[in-house]
Design a protein around this ligand. Structure first.
Ligand code: HPA
Length: 245
C-alpha cells in the first residue's frame, strides 16, 4: 500500500521528489485538482497532489475533495499526509510555527462532504471521534523532533469556508470554541479520508495571526513570505518522517 502527500498553499511541489511519472485519474465525482505525481522521496515511493492545482488556481471552497481522495484511494493510497497553511489562534501558534492537530471543528458549508450519499445498501456513519490517525501523528512528531523543529504537538483545527479570511469576532468565537488554528481546507478532506479508510494526518503551518490577533490587516504578500520559510521546515520534517513509513 502507498503513501501520499497533499500539498496546500506554498507547497505545490516537493523539490526533493524525484518524479517518475504523472497520472491522470478520472473519478465518479469529477476531476481531481490535477494529475497525481508519482516519485521517490528519501528512498520511498510516494504520490503527491497539489490541493489547489499545480498553478494554485483552485480556491478552498472549489477544491473537488471527493475526486482528490477517491483518486488517491483508487491508486492504492492508505496513508495520507496533508500539508495545510493556517492562521494562528493559540498563543503558541505564531507565524512560521508548525502544528500537528489532533482535533477538528467543521464550520464549512455547502461543500460536497461525503461519499455516502446515493445508491447506498444501508446508511453509513463513520466513527470520527479522533479525526487524525494516531500512528501518522506520532511519526510526524518524531520526524519534527529529529529535524529539531519546534512544533505544537496537538491542537484543534477550525475549518472555515473561505475564500475570505475571518472577521475578528469570528476568530473570538473560534477561540471560545477551543480552536487553536484556522484553515479552509481541513474539511471535508479529513472526513472523506476516513470514509475511504485512508489514515490521515495534517502538518499545519502557521502563515499569520488569525484576524484581530496580529494588530494589522492580513496581507497575501506577508502570508506568502512566511510560508516560504514554513514550507522549508515541512520539507525537512518530511525528509525525516517519510523513511519511517
Ligand atoms: N484563516 C483561514 N485560513 C488561513 C488563514 C487564516 O487566517 N491563514 C492561512 N490560511
Amino acid at each position: 500500500m502507498s503513501v501520499a502527500i497533499i500539498g496546500g498553499t506554498g507547497l505545490t511541489s516537493l523539490r526533493n521528489l524525484e518524479i517518475t511519472h504523472r497520472e491522470v485519474v478520472h473519478t465518479p465525482y469529477g476531476e481531481p485538482s490535477g494529475p497525481i505525481t508519482h516519485g521517490q522521496l528519501c528512498g520511498r515511493q510516494v504520490m503527491f497532489l497539489a490541493r489547489h492545482g499545480y498553478g494554485h488556481t483552485i480556491p478552498p471552497h472549489r477544491v473537488n475533495y471527493r475526486a482528490n481522495l477517491w483518486a488517491l484511494r483508487h491508486l492504492g493510497v492508505d496513508r495520507l499526509i496533508a500539508v495545510a497553511a493556517v492562521g494562528g489562534i493559540a498563543e503558541e501558534m505564531g507565524p512560521g510555527r508548525l502544528a500537528i492537530p489532533d482535533q477538528i471543528i467543521d464550520y464549512t458549508w455547502g461543500r460536497q462532504h461525503t461519499l455516502f450519499e446515493d445508491d447506498l445498501p444501508h446508511v453509513t456513519h463513520v466513527d470520527f471521534t479522533h479525526p487524525y490517525d494516531r500512528d501518522l501523528r506520532r511519526r510526524l512528531l518524531a520526524g519534527a523532533e529529529r529535524a529539531e523543529l519546534s512544533v505544537m504537538p496537538a491542537g484543534t483545527y477550525g475549518a472555515t469556508q473561505g475564500p475570505r479570511l475571518e472577521t475578528a469576532a469570528e476568530i473570538r468565537r473560534l477561540r471560545r470554541d477551543g480552536c487553536d488554528m484556522v484553515g479552509m481546507t481541513g474539511m471535508p478532506e479529513a472526513a472523506l479520508a476516513r470514509e475511504l479508510g485512508i489514515s490521515y494526518a495534517t502538518c499545519a503551518v502557521c502563515a499569520n495571526w488569525a484576524a484581530g490577533l496580529g494588530g494589522e490587516e492580513i496581507s497575501m504578500d506577508q502570508i506568502e513570505q512566511v510560508l516560504k520559510g514554513g514550507m522549508e521546515q515541512v520539507r525537512r520534517l518530511l525528509a525525516e518522517m517519510i523513511p519511517s513509513l
